[in-house]
Structure formats: C-alpha cells, structure tokens
Design a protein. Structure first.
Length: 503
C-alpha cells in the first residue's frame, strides 16, 4: 500500500520512478513492514501493483506479484525485503496459491544489491512447473544466468551467501535441507537487501505465493581460502544455462560423456563409475587390480574401449580395458603417463608423460610399443586432444610464459599458439562437430591446475572469433580434465564443488 491516499496518477508516477533508479535514500522507500522485513515494493515496470502480508499466527508471508519476468538484464516482480550485511543463510517453505498461470511464474528467496530493475542479484526460484533454479546477475546490467538444481518441485528452499559465492540447498516436505549443487560467484557491497519475491511471468496476470517457516541466519564471516565440499556433476550448453545432474558428498572428477549420450563416466576415490545422463545412482566399473585411477580417462571413438590412467604401480600409467569393465591391458610401461586423447581412427593414444624431468606430449599405438615424443619445448606441455578429423592435436603449454592453448599437426609439426590472453588456460577439447574448442581457465599466475579455485569454462570458435565465457564456478582440478562433450556437440559435462570456508 502507498501511504497518504495518493491519486492513481501520482501512484503510477511513483512506481515508475521507483523502477528507474537504485535504492539509495530513505525517501525512495515504500515503507510497509511485512513481518521481519522492513520494506516492500514493486521492482521494475509492472502492470499490476503487488502486495505482501504477514500472518503472525501461522508465520506465513503471502505475496502477490505481477511482472513479465526476472531474466535477461531487467526484472519485474514484487519484493518484501530488509537491509543486511555480512554472510547469511536464508530459507523458507514455498508454495504457490491457486492453480494455473505461466509455467515459469516464480516464487523466490532473493538477495539483491539495489532496487533498480537491472541490479546485481541472486535468488533461488521455484517455478510453477516444479523447476527450482539458482539465478544470478553478477553485475548491474549483465545478463541473468541460471543453474537448474531440481525439476521435482522441492518444498523448502535455502539460499546461502558465504564469501563471494552463493549456493542452494533444498528439501522435500518434512525432510532436512541438502546441498543442491550449482554455486555461482557474486560479490555485493554492504549493506545489501534480502527478501521474498513473486513474479507472474505474465504482466497481465497477478500471482500469489506463500512462504512459511522463514529463517534468516547470520553466518560467521568467511575468512581464508575456501575448500571444496560437495561435488556436483553438471552440464552447460553452448547456448544456455547450467543443469545439475548428480550431487554427492564424495569427491568426484572429470566426466566423460558416452558416445550414445546415455551416460557419464567419472572417477572417485581411485575407482571409475558410470552414471545415467538423466541422473540416478552411479555404478562402479570393474578395472581389475587397477584401483588407483586418476582423472585422466576416456572412451575410444567406437565406444568399445576405455583408456584409464592408474597409479597402482606407484606411478601413473595408461591402460586399456573394455568399456563395460574387465582386465586392463598396459599400454605405457614408463611412468608417469597420463592419457588425454584418442585419434579418430582409434589407432593412436595421445598422453602427457614425464621423461628426464620434462613433461611433454607423446603418442603411442593402442597396441603399445614405442612412444613418439611430439613436443620438446622447455616447461610443461599437457592435455593433448585430437581434432575430430584427426589432423591436429590441441594441448596446453607454458612455453610462452603463461599457460596457453596451442595446436600442432598430429605428427607434432607446426606448433602454433591459439590463445594469448591474461589468463592461464588448460585442457582444450574440440567438439565432435569441429566447431568449438572448450577449455578451463584460471586466473593469471596460477601455479599448475589446482583444486578449489575460481575458474571459468570458456568457448572458442575454431573458425575464429572472440572467446566466450560459458560459466564461472568453484573448481579446477577435476572439473574438466578430459573430453566431456555431448555427442551432438551441444553440451559439456563438468564437475563443480561447493565452497566451504574455514570458521
């Protein structure tokens, strides 16, 4: 409600004025306390004014809201909120009141830098169709990104801001909250705003949602560097947003996508596992006596064989075995050797090996025998992967002074630098259709490819053009060491980790 009995014209003027500027002064606020929240207002241009009420007897917040969307660079919704500082955990039971409406109408738990429609924000949003997602606009005016964490309509949602990351937990009715995967980096100036929101996803409509058992908990200030907690196997499309497939408290790494698109292979605690691409329970792959597998593994072009890198002998060596499991066959008697690529004709393996104190790229027949050294530059050369036509091998090299992506012909000739920027770039993987190179990016000056870092997955067109960020995440070692493209070249599999700060 707007105080003072304003005329309709004055009310519309104030709504438009409020939507056009960030919240900076007390006189800009619509003072209408709702429960423990101190203010409420419509964000952005809405056709129908929203409202929020609190039933103290039931501890229930009921919000109505209009608005075309909360997406792209602009939002339109109704918001009840208060100022906070520091790190917080924000949770509530969420349900829509009434049936029908747009499939993507949203009931949200929101943290927000300001009141402008293009403000930086993060929310966990329950959609009318049951989808739950972490949404974020990292900076004012940027595009909204999303991580889908569930499609099953969870009853309770939790949004946590800790350090410079936001994370999501969720629960079914009567169950405890569980981490849902899908962290995103977000840095906010203090104070910022925290509250509840409803968006109709249809400016001609007004929708209603109820939030109960609302809890806002102050967390200890994040200090020091975070470590990796829960693992999430995710996919990110070439055009689109992240989708969580599987979460676990175990540490998992390096997904390969099967050639029929039906499952992933990943490693965990020295073993390899097969996971349905639609999600579900993983099953162990029999690797015989090789039970210290690392994150360098992948499938043959025909899908019948699996290359693994295992250090049960004390030094990592490359073995082949049937994809369904079986007795491994040693390919590289000399270690350490780490598999990374398979030639499209199925006859040759590319691997990184340390010989004489230098790590270089080597090639070897799938039958074993003599290995061929392909790089000789001083410093680390690593991560070789073949182009789909077999003419080239992409790899990363430190020879220019920082870790960058290089390309050479399959015989090792014509070694050419591909990326030249202010980052450290690792593990280039060409798409099956040959259109893209995806790779993992660290901040400049990062030593090696460590775990528990702020990293990016980036995409380079092979025909030339600008590099594009697919997503930012907490990860590094284990995120995307090996080929992880979907067979249709539309998506990439990877692993992210939940940042856990010391207390």
């Amino acid at each position: 409600m707007i105080p003072g009995g304003l005329t309709r014209g004055a009310r519309v003027f104030l709504l438009l004025l409020a939507a056009s500027a960030p919240l900076r002064a007390e006189e800009d606020l619509f003072h209408a306390p709702v429960g423990e929240f101190t203010e409420q207002r419509d964000i952005g241009a809405v056709l129908h004014a929203g409202s929020g009420t609190f039933d103290a007897a039931r501890g229930a917040y009921v919000l109505t809201g209009s608005g075309a969307n909360m997406w792209f660079t602009n939002d339109a919704f109704h918001y009840v909120f208060k100022r906070v500082s520091g790190d917080v955990r924000f949770s509530a039971d969420v349900r829509f009141i009434g049936s029908g409406g747009n499939a993507h109408k949203k009931a949200c738990l929101i943290i927000r830098q300001g009141m402008g429609p293009d403000s930086a924000y993060a929310d966990v949003a329950l959609h009318n169709n049951g989808l739950a997602a972490l949404q974020e606009r990292e900076t004012a005016g940027a595009q909204t990104t999303e991580v889908v964490v569930s499609e099953a309509g969870p009853a309770r949602l939790c949004l946590e801001k800790r350090g410079h990351y936001v994370t999501v937990s969720m629960a079914n009715a009567g169950e405890p909250l569980q981490p849902a995967g899908g962290e995103l980096p977000l840095t906010l100036e203090e104070p910022y705003y925290i509250g509840l929101g409803v968006c109709a996803h249809d400016d001609n409509a007004v929708e209603k949602a109820e939030f109960t058992n609302v809890k806002i908990e102050t967390l200890p200030v994040a200090v020091g560097a975070p470590k990796g907690g829960m693992s999430a196997l995710e996919v990110v499309p070439v055009a689109g947003d992240r989708h969580v497939i599987y979460t676990t408290s175990d540490h998992i790494e390096a997904p390969n996508w099967s050639h029929d698109g039906q499952y992933f292979i990943f490693n965990s605690n020295g073993r390899l596992f097969k996971l349905p691409a639609a999600g579900g329970a993983p099953s162990a792959i029999d690797t015989g006596a090789m039970v210290h597998c690392n994150n360098d593994h992948g499938l043959s072009p025909d899908g019948s064989q699996l290359a693994i890198s295992d250090q049960s002998s004390g030094s990592s060596k490359v073995y082949l075995l049937p994809t369904g499991g079986g007795m491994p066959r040693l390919i590289t008697p000399v270690g350490p050797s780490y598999w990374h690529g398979w030639s499209p004709d199925g006859k040759t393996l590319a691997f990184c090996g340390q010989r004489g104190g230098e790590f270089d790229v080597y090639a070897i027949s799938v039958e074993g025998g003599a290995e061929t050294r392909l790089t000789t530059a001083t410093g680390l050369d690593d991560g070789p992967d073949y182009s789909p036509d077999g003419k080239f091998i992409y790899f990363n090299s430190i020879r220019s002074g920082s870790m960058q992506i290089w390309r050479m012909k399959a015989d090792g000739s014509d070694q050419t630098q591909i990326t030249k920027d202010d980052y450290d770039n690792w593990f280039a993987h060409p798409s099956p259709d040959g259109r893209w190179i995806v790779f993992l990016t660290y901040p400049k000056g990062t030593e090696g490819h460590p775990a528990n870092k702020d990293v990016m997955i980036r995409l380079l067109p092979t025909a030339g053009g600008p590099i594009r960020i697919l997503t930012k995440l907490f990860g590094g070692q284990g995120t995307m060491n090996v080929p992880s493209w979907s067979p249709d070249s539309r998506q990439i599999g990877f692993v992210s980790y939940r940042p856990i700060y010391p207390e």
